[in-house]
Structure formats: C-alpha cells, structure tokens
Design a protein around this ligand. Structure first.
Ligand SMILES: NC(=O)c1ccc[n+]([C@@H]2O[C@H](COP(=O)([O-])OP(=O)(O)OC[C@H]3O[C@@H](n4cnc5c(N)ncnc54)[C@H](O)[C@@H]3O)[C@@H](O)[C@H]2O)c1
Length: 361
C-alpha cells in the first residue's frame, strides 16, 4: 500500500528535472496541482498556445515556456516529461506521438490516460521504451486511490480467500455498432474505459474473454468477463444515470468474505462471519471479531487525505513515477502492460460482435 509519509516539494533532497507538455484544464486542476507534494523540479512548460504556456509557467514556477515540444526537449534535456494533451481531429491520442518523440530523445515519460487508441500503438511505445531504456508510465489514477489500494491488500490476504467474482460500475455510453469503426466517435469511450479497465486489471489480472450487451436508449451496457485466474466479473457501464448520482461502485467476493467500495472513498470489508441462526436470531449484530470494517474520510480538517489530489490518486501516481526515475527501477503500476490490457478491452468493444464471446488472451 502506498501509505507514504508525504513530503513537501521543497523538502526533497533529490528531484527529477522535468518538462511538461500541455497547459489545459485537467492538468491545471490536478496534475500541476500535485507537484507541491512530489520530487519534481519543473523547468519548462510547453503548449501550442504560447500565452497559456507562459501563464502556467508563472503560476506553477517553471523557469521557461515554449510552444514547440521538440524545441523544449532539445534545449532543456530533462530527465522526464509529463504529457497531458488531448486528441487529434481523427480521434488518435496526441500524447502517443509526443511520448514516442520523448523516448527517442532518451527522456522518461509520464502521460495521462489514454495511453493510445490501439493495441498496436501501445506495442510501439513498449518497443520504443525498451530501445531507449526509458520508462513510460500512464496516470492510471484509480489504482492509486487509497480505497482501491486497500482493497487490493484485503483481497490478497489469506482470510479473504481467492477473489472469485467482481462487479464494477461506471457511467459510460458505448456508441451504436455502426459508429464504432470511426475512431473519433469513440473518443469518450476511449477516454473513460481506462478507469474501470484499470481497476479490473489491477484487482483481478488479465481478462481471458468477455461477452457484452448494449441497450439502445442511453448506450449503457453490461459485460460478463472471465479472467485468466478463473474468476468471473460484470462491468456495468451505467450510461443514463442521474447527474446527481455518485458514479462508481465496486464489489469483490472472495470465499465467505466480500469488499465494497462506494463512490471511490467508502470502503467496507465484510470479513468472514457466520450468518446469525436462520429464523432464531433476534439481532443482526455479529461478534466484534468478525464485524465488518468500514473506512471513509472525514471532511473537517485541513488534511492531505481529504484533498482530491490525494484520494483520487494524483499525488501518489506522480510520486510513484518520480521515485521510479530517481531509483532507475521501472514503475510497477500504470505500466504499458496494464495499458495494453485496457487497449485490448477497448478493441473488443470496438470491433467485437455484441452478444458473442470475444477472446482477449
Ligand atoms: N485522470 C483523470 O482524472 C483525467 C481527467 C480529465 C482529463 N484527463 C486526461 O487529460 C487529458 C486532457 O487534459 P486537459 O483537460 O488538460 O486537456 P485540454 O484539451 O484542456 O488541454 C490540452 C492541451 O494540450 C495542448 N497540446 C496539444 N498538443 C500539443 C503539442 N503537440 N504541443 C504542445 N501542446 C499541445 C493543447 O494546446 C491544450 O492546451 C486527456 O488525455 C484526458 O483523458 C484525465
């Protein structure tokens, strides 16, 4: 678990020399905003919109700004580059090409999801990373949520038993079959499949096969999954839910035990317990030793854990990348192997027939 003692940026003895490509909305709110808690020496920022690059440099303490990414990397010679860009007009991911350019220059890459729009492009990134001997990490924030990390720890314990089944809920529409060949029409799906996809892979391992069905009213879908471990799962993509509703719910069942994560922060561990005698129990209260365990954050104190940059995993994912670069050991989360499995999932929906079993691995 990433239960690390948080250091402030100015307290780190060693930092990575970093550049940043992209001065957009998400990066402003969540990625630059995480640097005060990570060993990052931000030297320069680049955006095609030069004024934006200048404004962000002033705001976030970078020394220089650029409008051309290659010029920035050439002049600055950083250890690493953070890439938070968007999509090309045809729906391809801008960060994929930028990451390949950075690797060719021998620069480690941290990039936002999606890593790429196809399995083939992720394999190209893997090859380029290997050739340059540099790391590519994607910001799979979900696997850095304290609640998800704790879930992983709980389901890996002998008391939980083997993780047997999983339910993941996420609101996302799948376009109609005739639209899916057009990558541009799949942008929203590609953008979001990374979130439930990252959770499934982190907690349950690789998917071996799946079957999905889609409803025509909102584009919601249900998918039944079989994992290589033998476990099964359901992904419910709940397009059509209310804008006032929490987005996510997750449940994993082991052997006489289960874990539920609601809304990304409320974690309940139903430990192995005997059900009170049927027809004869006046109380539902089980003994303290087997009672459920519940965690949720308080929102009163000016703490770090109740800032979204912590409970949504942004600071931990960036610290993980920086520590990997500083130690020269590959990241173990947000890896290209994880992105590859998510890309296989994406392509199964894009090209695989509805209602028929599709084999991924
Ligand atoms: N993990 C999350 O929670 C989360 C949330 C929102 C968005 N995102 C991801 O973040 C990315 C979008 O972030 P945003 O909201 O900051 O996007 P944005 O569109 O607001 O900003 C993207 C910026 O990149 C710049 N850019 C594009 N290509 C460039 C290039 N070659 N050189 C220099 N600058 C270039 C654009 O000019 C723009 O300012 C997407 O990948 C999205 O999936 C992740």
């Amino acid at each position: 678990m990433h239960q690390f003692h948080v250091k402030y940026n100015f307290e780190f003895e060693r930092k990575i020399k970093a550049c940043f490509i992209g001065a957009g909305g998400h990066s402003f709110r969540n990625v630059y905003a995480a640097f005060p808690y990570a060993p990052v020496d931000l030297v320069a920022i680049c955006d095609q919109n030069e004024q934006r690059a200048a404004d962000y440099a002033r705001q976030f303490g970078a020394l220089r700004h650029y409008s051309d990414a290659n010029e920035m990397l050439e002049k600055e010679q950083p250890d690493a580059v953070f890439i938070v860009t968007a999509y090309h007009p045809d729906g391809r991911v801008q960060a994929t090409d930028l990451a390949l350019d950075a690797l060719r220059r021998g620069v480690h890459v941290w990039m936002e999801k999606p890593t790429a729009a196809s399995v083939e492009e992720i394999e190209a990134l893997r090859e380029a990373g290997r050739a340059a001997n540099k790391f590519v990490m994607t910001g799979l924030k979900k696997v850095f949520f304290p609640a998800i990390e704790k879930t992983k720890q709980l389901i890996s314990s002998p008391e939980f038993g083997r993780p047997a089944s999983i339910y993941v809920r996420y609101p996302q529409a799948l376009p109609a079959a005739e639209d899916r060949a057009v990558l541009k029409k799949m942008t929203s799906f590609l953008d979001h499949i990374y979130h439930p996809g990252a959770i499934l892979h982190y907690l349950m391992g690789r998917v071996s096969s799946l079957v999905y069905d889609r409803e025509p009213f909102n584009g919601g879908s249900v998918t039944n999954l079989r994992f290589e471990s033998g476990a099964v799962g359901t992904m419910h993509l709940t397009a059509g839910i209310s804008g006032s509703s929490p987005l996510e719910r997750l449940e994993i069942v082991g052997e006489n035990a289960n874990v539920v994560v609601d809304n990304g922060v409320k974690l309940t561990y139903y430990r192995k317990a005997n059900r009170p005698a049927y027809g004869r129990s006046a109380s539902y209260i089980v003994p303290d030793e087997t009672a459920p365990l519940v965690w949720e954050p308080e929102f009163s104190l000016g703490q770090l854990y109740n800032k979204n940059i912590f409970y949504l995993g942004y600071v931990p994912e960036i610290v993980h990348f920086c520590e990997s670069v500083l130690a020269d050991t590959p990241p173990v989360k947000g890896t290209l192997d994880a992105s590859l499995e998510i890309a296989k999932l994406f392509e199964a929906y894009r090209f695989g027939p509805e209602g028929e079993r599709i084999v991924l691995n």
